[in-house]
Write a new protein. Structure first.
Length: 335
């Protein structure tokens, strides 16, 4: 079995690992603000740097290129992996099929790093595969993006995919109405800080009528009784999990879908009440089919799924070779 470099790109952390003989492990982790090198289970802090794909920011491709170089160099130091024109890589990201991400990533991997074989894949499918499934509905909700996709044998069912761009804390248009401040005008640091406050408050089960929060620039933001918890926002408005369930669960889109499972992945799905809300709305929307909502608390499902996928025959059939890239240019990846 060939060695495959596995990269899982998230707004909270970036993981690099190596799948060797069907056994994969994280070797290099880049968190927002800190980098960790994991060598044979021993973690060592490397340096402090910002995340090039941090939530709410435009991707810093130069910094991401530098990060890839650092990670690959360290992996080559502690393993027998050597990057060359025959090397294979699989990259997961929430927006692998959105905007200009595939174009820039292909340029980076083929033209700069000279990888011989590349696969770009969406995180929801990799999360599903991490549970040894190839069919089912997935709600993958992280710090920046919530995605809903239904897969049948690794292929997206037409009309079932939806992206809720959180970008830190603003999710939908009606989100701003619930604060006394227009969050669109808040800078990224404030947005990140607010999200941390929301998660911390929710995790501790604290109920607040009104509270003032001091932001990093010493300005005061008052959140009243109608404050927004991240988990709640995702169930309100036209671009919401609720609307997706109403549209998809009991109509023609999923009428002949054989799987009855809805899998929950990501940190946001761990917030208090998230699982209960999904289960409630599923039972409310469905009249002729009994759906099972399955929460997963795995730490890195998309990374684990990418490692498993790289060992399957599907990896070969969905990979793009450097020769094909040179002849045809940018590809639209199907997974």
């Amino acid at each position: 079995m060939e060695e495959v470099l596995v990269v899982d790109l998230g707004s909270q952390s970036i993981r690099f690992g190596l799948n060797t003989e069907g056994i994969a492990k994280v070797i290099y982790i880049h968190y927002s603000g800190i980098e960790v090198l994991n060598v044979f289970g021993q973690e060592k802090v490397i340096t402090h740097k910002f995340n090039p794909i941090e939530r709410g920011k435009v991707i810093d491709w130069q910094r991401l290129q530098d990060l890839f170089e650092e990670a690959i160099e360290k992996i080559e130091e502690v393993t027998r992996f050597t990057k060359n024109e025959r090397s294979s890589i699989i990259v997961t990201h929430s927006m692998c099929k959105q905007t200009s991400f595939p174009f820039h990533m292909e340029q980076l991997l083929f033209e700069y790093f000279n990888f011989g074989k590349v696969v770009l894949c969406n995180r929801p499918l990799m999360c599903l595969i991490s549970s040894s499934k190839t069919s089912g509905c997935v709600i993958e909700s992280g710090a920046e993006v919530t995605q809903i996709c239904c897969y049948h044998q690794c292929k997206v069912l037409e009309g079932t995919a939806m992206f809720l761009d959180i970008g830190g804390v603003d999710v939908t248009a009606n989100f701003n109405k619930r604060f006394k401040t227009d969050l669109i005008d808040l800078d990224v640091v404030k947005k990140a800080y607010l999200l941390e406050v929301v998660i911390d408050t929710n995790a501790r089960g604290i109920v607040l009528d009104t509270k003032n929060y001091t932001l990093p620039d010493n300005t005061i933001l008052t959140i009243g009784p109608n404050r927004v918890l991240c988990g709640e926002v995702l169930f309100e408005g036209d671009s919401s999990i609720t609307k997706w369930l109403e549209r998809s669960i009991d109509n023609s889109i999923l009428h002949d879908f054989k799987s009855n499972e809805i899998h929950l992945y990501g940190g946001t799905t761990q917030l208090t009440g998230f699982f209960e809300k999904v289960r409630h709305y599923v039972s409310k929307c469905s009249t002729d089919k009994e759906w099972e909502v399955i929460p997963h608390d795995s730490e890195m499902p998309s990374f684990d799924g990418a490692c498993m996928f790289s060992a399957l025959s599907l990896f070969q059939s969905h990979s793009v070779l450097s020769k094909s890239y040179e002849e045809c240019g940018t590809f639209l990846f199907e997974i």
